[in-house]
Design a binder for this molecule. Structure first.
Ligand SMILES: C[S@@+](CC[C@H](N)C(=O)[O-])C[C@H]1O[C@@H](n2cnc3c(N)ncnc32)[C@H](O)[C@@H]1O
Ligand code: SF4
Length: 481
């Protein structure tokens, strides 16, 4: 029996039964989820559909898709610009980082990269019909490895090809010890930057030292001083579940950021994948807290911030209510049918969804710098792997992105896709209800309690079947007419 949006009672919570949900499937899903609850859910960007591992190198006619899909009128467009370079550390990659990057060995690498970036802009922007953006995010890598003059050139270069809407946001990311120079902030402000994202990770010097960074607490204070002085919006990233971190360490970090009145705090659970980082290998691996401590840290961070006037926006984002805390780039990125994401640079990710009646694609550019340069030398749009969306993918891209904000509007889903999302995944929602992770009414599904902490598990479960199909049948054969 199908679950009916109109006729159903209006509210379901833990312990309730969804009419028509197969109890055997729901129990099976619940048992399987219980087997992975000891795994921390990881950084949110890794849980979206389709997962990076499903993207295929088959060629996709990018210019054609860009041209066709950017014709579709969409209210919002955002741009990610990436700079690959980081300061070398010992252990490598700050010990925990899973993002592609390149150690900076000499500064001439920067000029070469900026030249290629300009050449990429020349290749990629002609087919894009939209030039006006809501938000631009300069991420990395470590963008603030640039000196003040390079910062200005970098931002200005992009603004030669795109303009920013009135009230638009430009975010510039970096690490604390490279945000201590006042003239860098001056340059960023003059270039049009409105928000600074500071990757603090840990406030205790003895803990951050495990990453091999030369970062000290005083660098964070200096960075904040300049941010305030220049009236820049800002967010600070923390990671909890760090090797040797105690519950009190996590609590004191959050209390400090509250005292400093940071308008937007991002607190990620440490993500370790196999043995891909020093933190995922012995001896540091053994010093990572167990899942109970992860959850306790999460709850403490959430409750402290809520008590001090912060609103939870995602599993890891908290913004001070009434603070002028723009979060435009991220908020828009969670609305794929109303917002396309363009990307420029090494390892950038495009998401041009299109609409159910004219679907687009998602793709990544190369994460090997030489490949990125070689493809631009050949006059091609840099491409590493991608997917041409089928309707199942578009639905899941929508669902997973909406769930980043811990809710999914059933009526909007019905309007976009012509079906009820509860009905579509009935036994899965029943399993989540049984676990106390969601509550459901006629208008929306809300993630609650540990459902928020485990939102990545919810996303993966919802996309599981399609993921298996993509793996098994190798559907991703590239663009077909
Ligand atoms: C693109 S990354 C790095 C940006 C910048 N270079 C920095 O180090 O702060 C953006 C954020 O992702 C988070 N992050 C990176 N690796 C992570 C991991 N393994 N687990 C959890 N969060 C991670 C960090 O909080 C980081 O600030
Ligand atoms: S500086 Fe940031 S991007 Fe670079 S390795 Fe460290 S965490 Fe990763």
């Amino acid at each position: 029996m199908a679950f009916n949006l109109q006729q159903a009672p209006s509210y379901y919570k833990s312990g309730d039964k969804l009419p028509g949900a197969d109890p055997a499937i729901a129990a099976f899903v619940k048992e399987n989820l219980k087997k992975v609850l000891h795994i921390p859910p990881g950084n949110k960007v890794l849980a979206n559909h389709p997962s990076f591992s499903l993207l295929r190198p088959d060629p996709v006619p990018l210019a054609k898709i860009l041209e066709e899909c950017t014709h579709i009128p969409k209210p919002h467009h955002i741009l990610y610009v990436s700079l690959p370079f980081c300061l070398p550390t010992q252990p490598e990659n700050c010990g925990f980082c899973l993002f592609p990057k390149v150690d900076l060995q000499n500064r001439s690498q920067i000029r070469t990269y900026l030249d290629y970036l300009q050449r990429e802009l020349e290749i990629v922007t002609p087919p894009i019909k939209i030039k006006e953006l809501d938000a631009i995010y300069f991420g990395g890598g470590t963008p603030n490895i640039l000196n003040p003059e390079e910062c200005k050139d970098y931002v200005s270069l992009v603004l030669k090809y795109f303009t920013l809407k009135k009230g638009g946001e430009i975010t510039f990311e970096g690490i604390p010890q490279l945000f201590t120079q006042e003239d860098k902030f001056q340059a960023l402000k003059e270039a049009g930057v409105t928000r600074i994202s500071i990757g603090v990770q840990q406030l205790h010097d003895h803990l951050i030292s495990l990453s091999g960074r030369k970062q000290k607490r005083e660098h964070i204070l200096k960075a904040l001083e300049h941010t305030h002085h220049h009236g820049l919006n800002h967010n600070l990233d923390l990671i909890y579940g760090w090797p040797q971190q105690t519950h009190d360490d996590a609590l004191s970090d959050i209390q400090t950021l509250i005292e400093w009145q940071v308008p937007h705090i991002t607190a990620y659970p440490l993500n370790i994948l196999k043995d891909l980082s020093a933190f995922s290998r012995p001896p540091l691996r053994e010093r990572i807290p167990d899942i109970h401590l992860f959850i306790k840290m999460y709850q403490t961070i959430r409750d402290k911030l809520s008590d001090h006037g912060y609103r939870q926006r995602t599993m890891s984002d908290f913004e001070k209510i009434n603070a002028d805390s723009d979060f435009k780039y991220e908020t828009l990125s969670h609305d794929p049918l109303n917002c396309d994401i363009y990307a420029i640079g090494f390892s950038g990710g495009f998401r041009i969804c299109g609409l159910p009646e004219k679907m687009g694609c998602g793709y990544l550019s190369p994460h090997i710098l030489k490949d990125y340069y070689d493809q631009i030398d050949e006059g091609r749009i840099p491409y590493r792997a991608g997917i041409l969306y089928a309707i199942e993918d578009l639905e899941l891209v929508y669902i997973c992105n909406q769930l980043q904000e811990n809710r999914l509007y059933r009526d909007l889903y019905q309007a976009h896709f012509g079906k009820d999302v509860v009905d579509q995944f009935l036994p899965l929602w029943q399993a989540f209800l049984d676990l106390g992770w969601v509550e459901i009414d006629n208008h929306e599904i809300r993630l609650i309690d540990q459902g928020v902490f485990y939102s990545a598990h919810i996303q993966r479960t919802l996309s599981y079947q399609r993921t298996q199909e993509l793996k098994t049948h190798q559907v991703l054969k590239g663009y077909k007419e």
